[in-house]
Ligand binder design. Structure first.
Ligand SMILES: NC(=O)c1ccc[n+]([C@@H]2O[C@H](COP(=O)([O-])OP(=O)(O)OC[C@H]3O[C@@H](n4cnc5c(N)ncnc54)[C@H](O)[C@@H]3O)[C@@H](O)[C@H]2O)c1
Ligand SMILES: O=C/C=C/C=C(\O)C(=O)O
Length: 485
């Protein structure tokens, strides 16, 4: 019986329906961020391995996969979602081992959402049409959709399964084939997903998984490969710029979900109980390693002190520790390097502002990349902590006096991903939302999702949108046909 990655914790490549090793025998070690112990090894794809994966994906387009009817494709895509749910515990455990996120977050939220991504786009496919026009009885214009072709999916380490399946599901639903390059820090769940793809009966070559790094490794090889028609990338803005440059050589279609520095605006007339409950989540969920986290908190001055007192008190109650402990809310950060990067911002905050709580490794947690939830105040708006994406459990809290002022400060960033607005004055809520330069605004809630909506950012937070018809458009090509009748 071939062992599964859930048993071995060793991540092999998945090319043309087979689990294989690196053609150059290159491997790298995968570390558990909660214990700093080795989890296993990961096969590093060479340029030749990536080429074999792309060739397999191209062949699969011309094989049975390319001839499937829509109902047959819907059945297979739904089947992947079903099998993810059947192996929910394995996926959740691997995701927790790789990322350090609390197990209950993976098991209760992220793995079910990964399965739902497949179920949603399978069902959505039933209603996807095109367009037809007639200027007079003598002519007919109509469009047909076809797959883009071979799509490279390059994903980050913070929500590995949610974000990989958010791309893979629509890509497959629209008939494409894919080559996946998961983040080097989180190879396990993508490898288990490859097992599920095999089990679901997806033809060989339709889905391929190549592990490795970015520059001069699998990520760059995939972006530069002439046989890849499109790249869907989620990651840092700086990486997006590099990928855009490298993909330009053969004009690949690009979808970018990039960084954010999201404002969380709390007006004096907000329901403070609700605002504080949700701000704990939007600040420290997944160790603050969520692109949507509201890391810049602005509170209208009349309730600033009350908010701060209550927010600090509630933050101190958050359990920081073993991600497999059901009481844990904040696990370790993803890596030693990332912890040191975030601590660098904490030191800047210590010098330029005032750290109310946190800013250091929790007592008693001597192993693991842990950082206490950290609240910073009295920061000048020009400080790097207010301008740059920290991507950790670190938030700033600042008072404001007028609506105009807070909108200007919220928009004073190169990013434009998301924002949250707390007020019971709904005219004001919509007025403010219309002026915020972001792709998504949540009013009196956070991270509430309908997968038909446009998901993505503007400015330096991304190019394009994912979700519903936005994903359909990215993962399909249109041909318009005109007939003289
Ligand atoms: N907007 C969104 O929806 C969204 C969602 C999640 C994370 N993010 C962002 O992702 C970042 C955190 O994730 P990360 O640290 O994994 O990002 P990253 O940019 O360092 O890496 C993301 C992926 O890109 C690959 N990569 C790196 N350099 C590459 C190159 N030159 N060519 C090809 N591939 C390359 C990496 O190996 C990884 O698989 C944060 O900035 C966060 O805001 C955005
Ligand atoms: O860290 C970023 C989270 C992104 C979430 C989604 O892309 C989604 O919910 O579809």
């Amino acid at each position: 019986m071939v062992q599964t990655v859930a048993q071995t914790h060793h991540a092999r490549l998945f090319i043309d329906g087979a689990f294989v090793e690196s053609s150059a025998g290159k491997r790298f070690v995968n570390i558990n961020p909660a214990t700093e112990e080795e989890l296993g090894w990961v096969e590093e794809a060479t340029k030749e391995d990536v080429d074999r994966a792309v060739q397999a994906a191209r062949r699969a387009l011309q094989g049975p996969w390319g001839r499937l009817s829509i109902p047959e494709r819907i059945r297979l895509v739904r089947r992947i979602g079903d099998l993810i749910l059947e192996r929910r515990e394995e996926f959740a455990r691997l995701e927790t081992l790789d990322t350090g996120k609390p197990y209950w977050v993976a098991y209760e939220h992220e793995i079910p959402r990964a399965a739902y991504n497949f179920h949603f786009f399978a069902d959505y496919l039933h209603s996807v049409g095109t367009e037809a026009y007639q200027l007079d009885a003598g002519q007919l214009h109509y469009a047909i959709r076809r797959p883009v072709g071979v799509v490279g999916l390059i994903t980050p380490w913070n929500l590995p399964m949610v974000l990989l399946t958010w791309k893979m599901a629509p890509a497959l639903a629209m008939g494409n084939t894919v080559v996946v390059k998961p983040a080097e820090l989180t190879p396990l769940s993508a490898t288990l997903l490859a097992e599920v793809i095999k089990e679901a009966g997806i033809p060989d070559g339709v889905v391929n998984v190549v592990h490795g790094f970015g520059p001069n490794s699998a990520g760059a090889f995939l972006v530069e490969h002439p046989g890849v028609n499109a790249i869907s990338f989620t990651g840092e803005t700086t990486t997006g710029k590099t990928i855009m440059a490298n993909a330009s050589r053969n004009l690949k279609r690009l979808s970018f979900e990039l960084g954010g520095k999201n404002p969380n605006i709390i007006f004096a007339d907000a329901d403070l109980d609700e605002a504080i409950d949700m701000t704990l989540r939007s600040s420290f969920h997944n160790q603050g390693e969520v692109c949507l986290c509201g890391s810049r908190i602005y509170v209208e001055r009349p309730v600033y002190e009350e908010f701060l007192d209550r927010f600090v008190k509630r933050t101190k109650e958050l359990v920081v520790g073993d991600p497999f402990d059901p009481k844990t809310f904040v696990g370790p950060l993803i890596s030693r390097e990332h912890l040191e990067r975030v601590m660098g911002y904490v030191e800047i905050a210590r010098n330029e502002g005032r750290i109310l709580i946190g800013g250091k490794q929790p007592e008693g947690l001597t192993r693991g990349y842990y950082l206490e939830p950290t609240i910073v105040v009295d920061m000048p708006d020009t400080c790097r902590v207010m301008k740059e994406e920290v991507f950790g459990p670190v938030v700033t809290v600042s008072p404001f006096d007028t609506e105009e002022e807070v909108i200007a400060r919220a928009n004073d960033t190169e990013y434009g991903l998301s924002a949250t607005v707390w007020t019971t004055n709904l005219k004001r809520a919509h007025r403010v939302a219309h002026q915020l330069e972001v792709g998504m605004v949540w009013i009196n809630t956070w991270f509430l999702r309908d997968l038909r909506t446009p998901f993505g950012g503007m400015k330096q937070s991304g190019i394009g949108r994912e979700g519903g018809m936005h994903s359909v458009e990215f993962y399909s090509e249109l041909t318009n046909i005109t007939v003289k009748l």
